[in-house]
Design a protein around this ligand. Structure first.
Ligand code: ATR
Length: 492
């Protein structure tokens, strides 16, 4: 189940947000602590207006909410509002028994007993914004033993913490109903793969109501998180940071289009070694690799291709024949848009700006196709080292102007000109003749200053967005054995 967390100041606004997201979710959580005080009296009527099951939550400040009342006063209001037809009421695990005894005129009501008598399930919640408690499994079991639905929202700080959360599925299999959430950037994969953590639901919101929460639309339409089953094949991308990656937008729609029961998820990874453990546990069938792990994965690979050997970095790992195989689709993704020009002899010489990791893939790809390469770089020694390895020429980027109009292809591989520094020109001093092809690996913005200048001079241009898509399509082939569906054009 996907649950929409509603944190607007008025009931009317909460209903508006719900309307926008209704088709993505099967229940909603009304956050009483976010409502204006004058709205609270109408909150008990919310489930009727909402027309779907509702969780009632009155979150205190220490648990990430806005309520700063004492527990006694808070429970008093919660009891009054919970007289409405809610399906679940959230009560924190450490609320004292005596605070759950509610005084009403001449009698005292036991909130828990009263909720149970009316068939309202109690969600017993535990929050940790700093980490993952050492006795997590024990605490979940204890909460479940009271007959309630345990909810733990913890904050993993490493891949090892993430593994602990995923282990709940197997370790506490007998507790059928539970809610498990990993918050923050490390926890995003646990929110998407909530079913693989043994969680009965995952929260989503329009405004990231809790750290790491995704929108309901993304959870439902991009990830199809609620359609994950034990049979779903898990793929992903590892990096640090990783959440900005556009790869899920390439692979998830692709899987869906070929009717492959699979999901592609971003995993923030500190230790590659720990990630390979998770890959065995889940299991994971293949993954993309981004900065800073393109070299770090090499020791774990049973097989690598010639390109990975040459470039010394791997951006795609697939599990085949009981081992991890590493390939480099950046290499082919770069070649794809210009291959016809290489084959027909229009590209015989190239100038490559930059001598970092991305440049290595470009230079090797060109050299393996007999293109004459000159590498220019800010730090000449870096250009020299790559030139030696690949039998290329090299120079300082300060001399770029001298190469104006002398090559068939100019490739820009540095981060210069990338957002938010999109005014910077990576090829200052170089004058385009209009005959050469200009290729920028930067994909944000789509048209860099470098590409704009080339276009204005009449050059043919290739943007980094195209290369990104091409390398993604090749990854898709490596993952699935199918071509990427031709009718899909993800916005990247
Ligand atoms: P990547 O893996 O994306 O290629 P990298 O390995 O850090 O990243 O390489 C970055 C490349 O961009 C290098 O060629 C770097 O030049 P140095 O070798 O002199 O560091 C180049 N680069 C980065 N910032 C630059 C800047 N502000 N001006 C010029 N070149 C820059």
């Amino acid at each position: 189940m996907l649950c929409l967390t509603l944190t607007e100041p008025t009931i009317a606004k909460d209903l508006e947000v719900l309307e926008r997201n209704r088709r993505y979710v099967s229940l909603a959580e009304l956050r009483l602590d976010c409502l204006l005080p004058e709205e609270i009296k109408d909150a008990s009527g919310f489930p009727k207006k909402a027309g779907l099951p509702v969780i009632l939550t009155f979150r205190r400040t220490s648990d990430g909410g806005k309520c700063s009342l004492t527990d006694k006063a808070r429970m008093d209001i919660l009891a009054a509002v919970s007289e409405g037809p809610f399906s679940y009421v959230d009560i924190e695990e450490d609320v004292k028994k005596r605070d759950l005894k509610i005084k009403r005129e001449d009698r005292t009501i036991d909130l828990e007993a009263s909720l149970k008598a009316r068939g309202i399930r109690i969600i017993r919640s535990l929050h940790d914004f700093e980490g993952v408690p050492a006795d997590l499994f024990g605490r979940i079991s204890k909460m479940a033993a009271r007959g309630d639905i345990p909810k733990v929202a913890v904050t993993p700080q490493s891949m090892l913490d993430v593994i602990t959360i995923f282990r709940i599925h197997d370790e506490l299999r007998e507790i059928k109903e539970k809610i498990i959430i990993g918050m923050g950037p490390w926890g995003v994969c646990t929110r998407i793969l909530y079913k693989r953590c043994g969680s009965m639901l995952s929260f989503c919101s329009d405004n990231e109501a809790a750290p790491g929460q995704l929108s309901a639309q993304k959870m439902k339409e991009l990830y199809r998180a609620d359609a994950v089953t034990d049979q779903t094949h898990v793929y992903g991308v590892i990096g640090n940071p990783v959440l900005q990656t556009k790869s899920p937008e390439i692979h998830n729609p692709g899987f869906h289009a070929i009717h492959y029961n699979a999901i592609y998820v971003p995993f923030q990874v500190d230790s590659v070694r720990a990630f390979f453990k998770l890959a065995e546990l889940l299991p994971i069938y293949g993954f993309s690799v981004t900065i800073p792990h393109k070299r770090n994965v090499l020791p774990y690979l049973g097989r690598i291709t010639r390109e990975v050997k040459q470039i010394g970095s791997c951006n795609t790992v697939v599990h085949i024949q009981n081992m991890w195989k590493g390939i480099n689709t950046d290499y082919y993704g770069f070649l794809e848009p210009i291959m016809t020009w290489i084959s027909d002899g229009s590209i015989k010489s190239a100038l490559v700006i930059g001598a970092g990791g991305a440049s290595r893939a470009v230079v090797w790809a060109l050299r393996n196709h007999d293109v004459k390469v000159t590498i220019v770089n800010r730090t000449v020694e870096h250009a020299q080292a790559l030139a030696m390895e690949t039998m290329s020429a090299f120079d300082s980027v300060d001399h770029l102007g001298a190469y104006s109009g002398t090559v068939d292809l100019v490739v820009q591989t540095t981060s210069v000109g990338m957002e938010p520094h999109s005014q910077d020109d990576a090829a200052k001093g170089y004058l385009f003749s209009g005959k050469e092809i200009a290729f920028d690996l930067v994909y944000k913005p789509r048209e860099t200053v470098f590409l704009r200048r080339a276009k204005e001079a009449g050059c043919r241009t290739v943007s980094g967005a195209l290369m990104l898509f091409e390398q993604g399509k090749l990854q898709f082939e490596a993952f699935t054995g199918y071509h990427y569906p031709g009718n899909l054009h993800p916005v990247i």
